[in-house]
Design a protein around this ligand. Structure first.
Ligand SMILES: *[C@@H]1O[C@H](CO)[C@@H](O)[C@H](O)[C@H]1NC(C)=O
Ligand SMILES: *[C@@H]1O[C@H](CO)[C@@H](O)[C@H](O)[C@H]1NC(C)=O
Ligand SMILES: *[C@@H]1O[C@H](CO)[C@@H](O)[C@H](O)[C@H]1NC(C)=O
Ligand SMILES: *[C@@H]1O[C@H](CO)[C@@H](O)[C@H](O)[C@H]1NC(C)=O
Ligand SMILES: *[C@@H]1O[C@H](CO)[C@@H](O)[C@H](O)[C@H]1NC(C)=O
Ligand SMILES: *[C@@H]1O[C@H](CO)[C@@H](O)[C@H](O)[C@H]1NC(C)=O
Length: 725
C-alpha cells in the first residue's frame, strides 16, 4: 500500500517535471521572440533567461539566473539600458543578431555581429548558464557566433573564462553592479592584467584596489577555495591568458560575484537546499588593500607583532605630514653594487608575492638559475619560483620596489630577497630576525593605551594583573555542573518567528542569525539560530549555554532557554526593544535620542557588565568580541552585553586560539591580539575603549578617516591629545 502511494507520488513528481520542461523552450530560432513574462529554460532545467527587475526597482532587464536560485541574477544583457515598462521583446533576426526591442520597436541592446558566416542561426540557453548563438544544431566550438560567456557582467560561473583571447583581442572581465538594485556598470572591475607576469586584480576606476596575486600554479595566493569543491584552471600561452573554475561535485552550484562594494564573494549551494553559503574572498582585513604597507614592507595579520614590517636591509620612511602612516621602507644602505657577487638572499616563507606588473619571468628556468640571474644584475632585488607545484618551477625576477607583499600563516610562496653583503653579518647574528617595526604605529597605540587605561582605571579599578588563561575553568564547570534551562519546542519557535522569516530578522551574530519571535501570549523573544555550517558543535553550544545561564547581571543579556532538535540549534534570549547601540549612535537622527546623560549611563553600564565578567562572576570570562553591535539596549536604554559565541569558541581549544584562530572584529581588537593572538582581560578593555570613543564621537572606528590619513579613531584621538599637550 505505502509502496503504491510512493510510486504514485514519484509519478506525479516526474510527470509534472516532464510537463514543465517539455513545454518550455531552450532555444530561439529566427523570427521567434521572448516577451516579458516568458522565459527560455535550459535543456536540463537548470538555468533560465528572461526579464526581471532587481529588488526595489521597477526597471526591466533581460537576464540569466539559476532556476533554483532566481534571486541571484548571473548575467544581464541591457545592464546600461533598462526598459521602463514590461514591454521588452527579445528577437533573433536573420543576420544572426539577438535584439532587445522596447515598446516603440527601438533596439536598446543587441548581441555583437560575428565575423563568421551566418547560416540558420539558433540561440540556445545551456545548463551552464551560457546563452549561445550558433549556426544550426551542430555543437562544435567553431560554430559559435556569439555567447554570453564572452561578455561577463559581475559574475563568474563554472566554465566561464576570465581573461584574454590573445588571437582576437577579446577581453573578458567582471564589472560590479552600480548598486544592489542597479545592474549598470559600477566602479569595480576584476580583470587579468597582462603587464609583466599576468595577475588577477580588482580595480576601482583606474586604481588597483586588491591584487589577488600572480597565479602560483594552484590558485591565486591568499584566496584559496575554502571548500575544495572546485578545481581552478589557469591558461597562459600565446593564444590566451585565462582563468576558469569547474565544480567537482555535480550536485553543487557555485558562482563568484564582484559585489557593488568591490569585494569578491563565492556562493555555494546544492540541489537539495536553497540555502546559500557565502565565502568572502576579499575585504577580510587591511592587508588585502593594495600596497597597504607601502613599498618594501610586508603586511601580516596573524604572525608578527605589528601590521607592517620592513624587509631586511630596509627601514621605514614616514610621510612629511604624518608620523603614523608609512610610505613604506627604503634601503638603509645604498647598495653600490661594487661587490654584488657576495650579496645573498634571505628567504621569506608563506608570502603573497609582490606585484609582478614589472617583473621578468621564465616558465622553464629552475630556482638555481633564477638566483644566478638575479645575482648577476645588480638592480635585481628579489626572485621566486613562478609555479609552486611539485617543488617549484619557473622564475620571477623583480627589479624595483617590492609592492604589496603579505605574509600568511599558511599557504603562500617562498620569496628570496636580496640582502647586501654588508648587511649579511647582522642577519646571521640576529638569526634572520631583523625586521624593523614601524615605530609610529607602536607609539600611536601606546598613547591610546594610556588614555584608555586612565578612563578604565577610574571605572574598573581592575589593575589587570595578567590573569591566567581561563579556558580550563570553563571546561571543569562544564563537566561538573548541569544546567536546568527551559527547553523550547522547535515548532513553537518556528511559529513565533513566522518560520524564521527575513522580516523578523534582527541581525547576524557571530555564529548565526537572530530573529524576533512573538509567543502566542504576546511575550517577545530574540531567537539566535546557529547556522548549521557554523562549525559550532553540540559541546561548544552547551558550554555557551552553561556559562551564559550561570551569569546573572543586569548589564548582561539574559538567556531564557534553548532548543536542540536534530540539526537545529537555537538560543532564546530576552528581547531588547531598542536593538543595539550601533543602531543609534551611528545614525545622525537616532543619535539625538541619546543625550549625554544617557550616553554616560550606557558607558558605565557596559563597564559594570564587563567588571562582572572579568572579576565578580564566578567564571571570569573574556568576551573577546565587544563591539557596539553586541551591546543591546532595553526600553530604558540600559546596556546589555551579548553574543558570547566567541568567548566560548576560544575556550574549546586553547592552542588553536593562540596560533591561528584570531576571532573578534578588526578595529576592536588590540594590536597585540590581532598580531599574535595574545589576549587577556586587557583585550576587552581595549575594545571597551574603542566603544567609549565611538559613543562619544558618534563615528565608526573602522570607517573613520580624515584628510590626514589616520584611518582609525584611536589614531585620530591620540593626535588630538598630542596637539593639546
Ligand atoms: C528594499 O527597500 C527596503 C525598504 O526601503 C529595504 O529595507 C531593503 O533593504 C531594500 N532591499 C534592497 C535589496 O536594497
Ligand atoms: C525606446 O527606445 C528609444 C531609443 O532609446 C527611445 O527614444 C524611446 O522613447 C523608447 N520607447 C519607450 C516606450 O520607452
Ligand atoms: C512593433 O513591431 C510589431 C511587430 O513587427 C508591430 O506589430 C507593432 O505595431 C510595432 N509597434 C510600433 C509602436 O511600431
Ligand atoms: C560588442 O558589444 C559590446 C557591447 O555589447 C561593445 O562594447 C563591443 O565594442 C562590441 N564588440 C565588437 C567586436 O563589436
Ligand atoms: C666602488 O668601487 C670603486 C672601485 O673599485 C671605488 O673607487 C668606489 O669607492 C667604490 N664605491 C663604494 C661606494 O664603495
Ligand atoms: C638588469 O635588468 C634590467 C631589467 O631587466 C635591465 O634593464 C638591465 O639592463 C639589466 N642590467 C644588466 C647589467 O644586465
Amino acid at each position: 500500500m505505502t509502496h503504491s502511494i510512493i510510486m504514485l507520488c514519484i509519478w506525479f513528481f516526474l510527470s509534472s517535471y516532464m510537463f514543465q520542461t517539455s513545454t518550455s523552450l531552450d532555444s530561439l530560432a529566427v523570427s521567434q521572440s521572448i516577451r516579458d513574462g516568458e522565459t527560455l529554460v535550459s535543456a536540463g532545467g537548470i538555468t533560465k533567461v528572461g526579464f526581471f527587475s532587481p529588488e526595489n526597482s521597477t526597471r526591466r532587464y533581460l537576464g540569466i539566473w539559476y532556476t533554483n536560485y532566481p534571486s541571484t541574477v548571473v548575467w544581464v544583457a541591457n545592464r546600461n539600458a533598462p526598459l521602463e515598462k514590461n514591454s521588452g521583446v527579445l528577437k533573433l533576426n536573420k543576420k544572426g543578431i539577438l535584439e532587445l526591442l522596447n515598446a516603440t520597436n527601438s533596439t536598446i541592446w543587441s548581441s555583437n555581429i560575428s565575423s563568421k558566416a551566418v547560416n540558420n542561426p539558433i540561440a540556445y540557453l545551456l545548463d551552464s548558464g551560457n546563452f549561445v548563438l550558433k549556426n544550426g544544431q551542430q555543437s562544435n566550438q567553431e560554430n559559435i557566433l556569439w555567447q554570453s560567456f564572452d561578455y561577463p557582467c559581475d559574475t563568474l560561473m563554472p566554465g566561464m573564462k576570465l581573461g584574454w583571447n590573445l588571437e582576437t583581442g577579446l577581453e573578458r572581465s567582471l564589472s560590479s553592479w552600480k548598486s544592489v538594485d542597479d545592474p549598470a556598470e559600477g566602479e569595480y572591475t576584476l580583470k587579468l592584467d597582462l603587464e609583466g607576469y599576468p595577475q588577477a586584480v580588482i580595480h576601482k576606476g583606474p586604481e588597483i584596489k586588491i591584487r589577488k596575486g600572480p597565479w602560483n600554479g594552484q590558485s591565486w595566493p591568499g584566496f584559496p577555495d575554502p571548500t575544495l569543491k572546485i578545481s581552478q584552471i589557469f591558461v597562459f600561452n600565446e593564444k590566451e591568458v585565462s582563468y576558469k573554475f569547474k565544480l567537482l561535485d555535480k550536485s553543487m552550484f557555485s558562482i563568484y560575484t564582484l559585489t557593488p562594494s568591490g569585494t569578491g564573494e563565492s556562493f555555494y549551494w546544492t540541489t537539495e537546499t536553497s540555502n546559500q553559503q557565502v565565502f568572502l574572498t576579499g575585504g577580510k582585513d587591511q592587508c588585502e588593500n593594495y600596497a597597504f604597507c607601502g613599498v618594501n614592507s610586508i603586511c601580516s595579520i596573524d604572525n608578527d607583532d605589528s601590521t607592517c614590517n620592513c624587509i631586511t636591509g630596509y627601514s621605514p620612511q614616514f610621510s612629511e605630514y604624518s608620523s603614523i602612516s608609512p610610505n613604506g621602507c627604503f634601503p638603509t644602505i645604498k647598495s653600490n653594487c661594487n661587490d654584488s657577487h657576495s650579496d645573498d638572499f634571505l628567504k621569506y616563507k608563506h608570502m603573497k608575492l609582490p606585484d609582478t606588473s614589472s617583473s621578468w619571468f621564465s616558465k622553464t628556468m629552475n630556482l638555481e638559475d633564477c638566483k644566478k640571474l638575479c645575482l648577476e644584475n645588480c638592480s635585481c632585488v628579489a626572485y621566486a619560483n613562478l609555479d609552486m607545484r611539485g617543488g617549484g618551477s619557473g622564475c620571477l625576477l623583480w627589479f624595483s620596489n617590492l609592492v604589496d607583499m603579505r605574509k600568511f600563516s599558511q599557504w603562500g610562496q617562498d620569496l628570496y630577497v636580496r640582502v647586501p653583503a654588508s648587511k649579511l653579518g647582522h642577519v646571521a647574528a640576529a638569526n634572520g630576525n631583523l625586521k624593523k617595526k614601524i615605530v609610529g604605529i607602536t607609539v600611536g597605540v601606546t598613547i591610546f593605551g594610556l588614555i584608555i587605561t586612565c578612563v578604565c582605571i577610574l571605572i574598573l579599578k581592575n589593575s589587570g594583573a595578567a590573569r591566567k588563561i581561563y579556558g580550563k575553568h570553563y571546561k571543569n564547570i562544564q563537566r561538573k555542573e548541569d544546567i536546568d534551562l527551559p527547553n523550547f519546542n522547535l515548532s513553537v519557535l518556528a511559529k513565533a518567528t513566522e518560520n524564521f522569516s527575513t522580516k523578523n530578522k534582527l541581525g547576524e551574530g557571530g555564529f548565526g542569525q537572530v530573529y524576533k519571535g512573538t509567543l502566542r501570549d504576546g511575550k517577545e523573544l530574540a531567537v539566535k539560530r546557529l547556522s548549521k555550517k557554523s562549525g559550532q558543535g553540540l559541546d561548544e553550544l552547551k558550554t555557551e549555554v552553561v556559562f551564559i545561564a550561570k551569569l546573572q547581571h543586569r548589564n548582561l543579556v539574559k538567556l531564557l532557554g534553548c532548543c536542540i532538535e536534530g540539526e537545529e540549534k537555537l538560543l532564546i534570549y530576552e528581547y531588547m526593544a531598542n536593538q543595539s547601540l550601533d543602531y543609534f549612535i551611528f545614525d545622525k537622527t537616532k543619535r539625538m535620542l541619546l543625550d549625554w546623560s544617557k550616553r554616560s549611563k550606557i558607558i558605565s553600564g557596559i563597564a559594570r557588565g564587563l567588571l562582572y565578567l572579568h572579576q565578580d562572576s564566578r567564571l571570569r570570562i573574556i568576551h573577546r568580541d565587544l563591539k557596539t553591535s553586541n551591546i543591546l539596549l532595553d526600553t530604558n536604554f540600559e546596556p546589555k552585553i551579548s553574543d558570547f559565541g566567541v568567548a566560548r569558541s576560544f575556550l574549546g581549544d586553547q592552542d588553536e586560539a593562540n596560533t591561528n584562530t584570531i576571532v573578534g572584529t578588526y578595529g576592536y581588537m588590540p594590536p597585540e591580539y590581532a598580531a599574535r593572538g595574545h589576549f587577556s582581560v586587557k583585550s576587552d578593555v581595549f575594545s571597551y575603549g574603542v566603544i567609549v570613543l565611538e559613543i562619544i564621537s558618534g563615528k565608526k572606528n573602522r570607517e573613520f578617516s580624515n584628510s590626514d590619513n589616520f584611518n582609525n579613531l584611536p589614531g585620530h584621538v591620540s593626535i588630538l591629545i598630542l596637539l593639546c599637550c
